[in-house]
Design a protein around this ligand. Structure first.
Ligand code: 5GP
Length: 363
């Protein structure tokens, strides 16, 4: 694993609350058990298990929804998730989250997001660059470059950008509210919109006005696409030309052709696809075909907490399942710099970081 941990990595598909640490979830669940909000013993085994079944995965999401209804918890989870990704050398991280409201604790979607931002600012193990720069005119010297040397000691740095998720259970109005919130927070690192939530619920076209508005206003858009067989929806999503899509599991030939000719990058989440039974096994995973056709791809975790994985683990899995060497995996992550939702200045800095890392690759 060490060779994957030490490799610089780009993570583009990580749901904030799905990336919660087991130890934190256990501690918070125990606290809720003591208060009588949940029956702790019903969740204890599921939290401590690594190979959760699909039903157990959904039970964990239910539990996570109960524990993440408090500002302090949101802040803590955000800080820990970023620190965990940074600890395994993720140098650029896009975190997505669904803004939530909870009147009983005075939580609005706005205050939820402020709590997330508090978490970003609370990160202490690495320097965090989370504010978008002014397009091309960014000068590296404005903030410490990645792995900056300061007073003789080297500090690691991670870029963090936020995407707000539109939940497919919500209304068109709620989606527009999310887009407006993203625009309001765009100076604070919110760069895009994601469409996620239960793929069997609702019509994606409900959210089209909000998604179009997001794009017109300069936000990036990525869609969970093809998690269930729904060719009409998949084709319509591809016609929208989002900047990226997530998963792309249940495609048939016409949809593959459309995807390949569009060149839309795909966020691939191997462990998640297997655990949720969206793909029966890695030997039939679409990664192999897309990779061999040189379609733009990026390996991601989806929900590192819920699926008990890490980005290093996903790299390890891809290497062994598809016979890829260290250099191929390195190139895969380096190529992902092209489709990060950040300005050219950030891309240039990441490119330089990967150039330096490449020199050490064969040592
Ligand atoms: P949050 O938005 O609360 O930070 O992260 C958890 C949420 O992300 C889940 O409740 C769900 O709405 C969404 N999510 C996480 N993983 C997946 C996935 O694999 N597919 C879809 N469609 N949504 C997901």
């Amino acid at each position: 694993m060490e060779k994957w941990v030490s490799m610089p990595k780009v993570e583009l598909h990580a749901h904030l609350n799905g990336s919660i640490r087991d130890s934190t979830l256990l501690e918070l669940a125990r606290g809720l058990g003591e208060k009588g909000v949940i029956v702790f013993s019903e969740f204890e085994n599921v939290i401590q298990k690594d190979d959760r079944s699909l039903t157990e995965v959904f039970r964990l999401f239910d539990l996570i929804h109960i524990v993440t209804t408090d500002h302090n918890v949101i802040t803590r989870v955000t800080q820990e998730v970023i620190e965990d990704f940074a600890a395994e050398n993720v140098v650029y991280l896009e975190l997505r989250t669904t803004p939530k409201k909870n009147e009983s604790v005075g939580m609005t979607k706005h205050s939820y997001l402020e709590a997330v931002l508090e978490g970003v600012k609370a990160v202490s193990t690495v320097d965090v660059d989370f504010r978008p720069h002014d397009g091309d005119v960014r000068i590296t010297g404005n903030s410490p470059p990645i792995n900056a040397t300061c007073n003789g000691s080297t500090r690691k740095k991670i870029y963090v950008r936020l995407l707000l998720s539109i939940d497919r259970r919500g209304t068109a109005e709620a989606a527009m509210e999310t887009v407006n919130l993203a625009l309001e927070m765009s100076d604070l690192g919110v760069v895009g919109i994601d469409l996620s939530g239960n793929p069997t619920v609702g019509e994606w076209t409900t959210y089209l006005p909000a998604l179009k508005f997001a794009r017109e206003q300069g936000l990036y858009v990525t869609l969970h696409c093809g998690e269930v067989p729904n060719p009409k929806e998949i084709r319509s999503m591809l016609d929208f030309l989002p900047q990226r899509i997530g998963h792309a599991c249940c495609f048939e030939e016409p949809e593959w052709e459309k995807l390949k000719s569009s060149n839309i990058p795909v966020e691939i989440c191997l462990t998640s696809n297997i655990r949720t039974n969206t793909i029966p096994s890695l030997d039939v995973h679409h990664f192999a075909d897309l990779y061999s056709k040189k379609h733009p791809l990026v390996l991601c975790t989806d929900d590192s907490g819920v699926f008990a994985t890490s980005l290093s683990n996903e790299y390890n899995l891809a290497a062994s399942a598809f016979g890829l060497g260290r250099r191929e995996i390195f190139e895969l992550t380096r190529n992902a710099v092209e489709f990060v939702f950040a300005d050219d200045g950030v891309k240039r800095e990441l490119t330089e970081l990967f150039r330096i890392a490449e020199q050490k690759l064969d040592q």
